[in-house]
Design a protein around this ligand. Structure first.
Ligand code: SME
Length: 165
């Protein structure tokens, strides 16, 4: 079996686990925690998974799963790969973080990163941020899975300015 077929099978299993979790109808904080946990546990090249939500002109860490906490719990929009993806409203894949001057370091072991905005209408309301210890860990299949998840999460996140999640 080819490596890319193996990758697709793993990502398809992750999608099924996420679909099952989405169907349970958890409150938003639990859903975000579970989504991070499922991704980190089911995809071997996802070493740290976080979900940030936009608050004013900052990204605030709402949920994460991984071996260690990050010091970057608030990131100004425009700073780091996270802030760039939020400002541009587009997924960013960085194959080698050491080559990207925008990169804000969290973990010494990280080699590549993907950041996927969560959008509602034309507005970025959050993002999924994944670090990998492998070089060039992320490809179009990761993008498709994570953009699908971002759409599902956007449907479940509260409207800005409404009561707490
Ligand atoms: N590396 C990110 C910062 C967040 S940590 O990866 C958790 C960035 O460059 O924005």
């Amino acid at each position: 079996m080819s490596a890319s077929r193996d990758r697709r099978i793993i990502l398809e299993e992750a999608r099924r686990a996420l679909e099952a979790q989405l169907a349970i109808g958890d409150r938003t904080p639990e859903l975000l925690e579970e989504a991070c946990r499922i991704l980190e546990h089911s995809v071997p090249w996802y070493d740290w998974v976080g979900i940030y939500l936009v608050e004013g002109d900052e990204l605030v860490l709402a949920a994460w799963s991984g071996p260690a906490a990050t010091e970057h719990v608030r990131i100004p929009i425009g700073q780091g790969i996270c802030g760039a993806a939020a400002r541009e409203g587009q997924t960013i894949i960085v194959p080698d973080v050491r080559e990207d001057p925008r990169y804000l370091q969290c973990f010494l072991s990280t080699r590549s990163e993907i950041v996927v905005p969560i959008r509602r209408g034309g507005t970025v309301i959050g993002e999924i941020d994944i670090d990998s210890d492998r070089l060039a860990a992320f490809d179009e299949d990761d993008r498709v899975l994570l953009e699908w998840l971002a759409e599902r999460l956007a449907e479940r996140l509260p409207q800005a300015g409404t009561a707490a999640v």
